[in-house]
Design a protein around this ligand. Structure first.
Ligand code: PXL
Length: 272
């Protein structure tokens, strides 16, 4: 009989362009060998040029999706991406407690604090940022902000290693177990250095910077690859190292699609 794979749940929005959101999460989970489960939070209308709009899903439907899959299939790790509104965030937090997912439950939970698309379109109503800090971060095993999200969440402008450490420290005060401050948007630095910390350990992960315009879905793909590794039982430092190696190949093998920003791609994993 075939062995049932581990499961990973994404609580996130749909990208009609297929490069970010749940589409990135599901193809990453698949490429990493875990079964993807979904609680859809919003439907975006977008292509390579940007987001034209979105509609959120009824809060009760979001939480019912989580309960339906957690109760029957079991969740080995979960992540959040686009959550759209403070109501959805509050309801998701309450439901995660009910189904025993998150910090202290034994089921790792990754929060990717998605606030805007790369093209600068808001994917989160403004009042919802506070809910991410107060409702989700204390329940998170790991949070994975990029530098724009760091600025929105803490007011800290990361310009180099020192401010990156300062930001990690400030973010941990919101209560997550670990923080990964991604340095990918620090364009003046030749390497791409991410900083992982739990307050005691500070781990620098350095990798090559790829010069491509096609980076759509990069943040989602990295967070999903980390979540997949956590679902397989890796600890946070190992899962993040694996996730970084994974996203590097995905960026190296990204492709043009449409007139704007093309997607990163986990296809290489299927070819190898
Ligand atoms: O990459 C962040 C992101 C997450 N979720 C959805 C998105 C995007 C970026 O465009 O569209 C649905």
């Amino acid at each position: 009989m075939t062995v049932t794979p581990r499961t990973a749940l994404t609580i996130a929005g749909s990208d009609s362009g297929g490069g970010a959101g749940i589409q990135a999460d599901l193809r990453t989970f698949f490429a990493c060998g875990v079964h993807g489960l979904v609680a859809l939070t919003a439907v975006t209308v977008q292509n390579s040029l940007g987001v034209q709009g979105f509609a959120e899903i009824d809060t009760e439907i979001v939480t019912a999706q989580i309960k339906a899959v957690a109760g029957d299939m079991g969740v080995n790790a979960a992540k959040t991406g686009m959550l759209a509104t403070a109501d959805i965030i509050q309801a998701v937090a309450k439901t995660l407690d009910e189904v025993h997912i998150g910090h202290g439950t034994g089921v790792p939970f990754v929060v990717d604090p998605v606030a805007a698309s790369m093209t600068g379109h808001a994917l989160l109503r403004e009042e919802a940022l506070e809910a991410i800090r107060t409702e989700l971060f204390p329940r998170a095993t790991l949070i994975t902000p990029n530098l724009d999200e760091v600025r929105l969440l803490t007011g800290i402008e990361v310009t180099g290693p020192e401010t990156q450490r300062e930001a990690a420290k400030a973010l941990l005060e919101f209560g997550s177990e670990w923080v990964l401050v991604k340095g990918g948007h620090l364009e003046q630095v030749s390497d791409c250095v991410d900083l992982l910390s739990d307050g005691t350990r500070v781990i620098e992960l350095s990798g090559p910077r790829f010069h491509t315009n096609n980076t759509h879905g990069g943040g989602d793909t990295m967070a999903s690859a980390i979540t997949a590794s956590l679902a397989k039982g890796l600890d946070v430092p190992d899962a993040v190292s694996e996730g970084k190696l994974f996203i590097e190949r995905c960026v190296a093998e990204s492709y043009p699609l449409g007139a704007g920003v093309g997607p990163v791609s986990p296809f290489w994993r299927l070819k190898d």
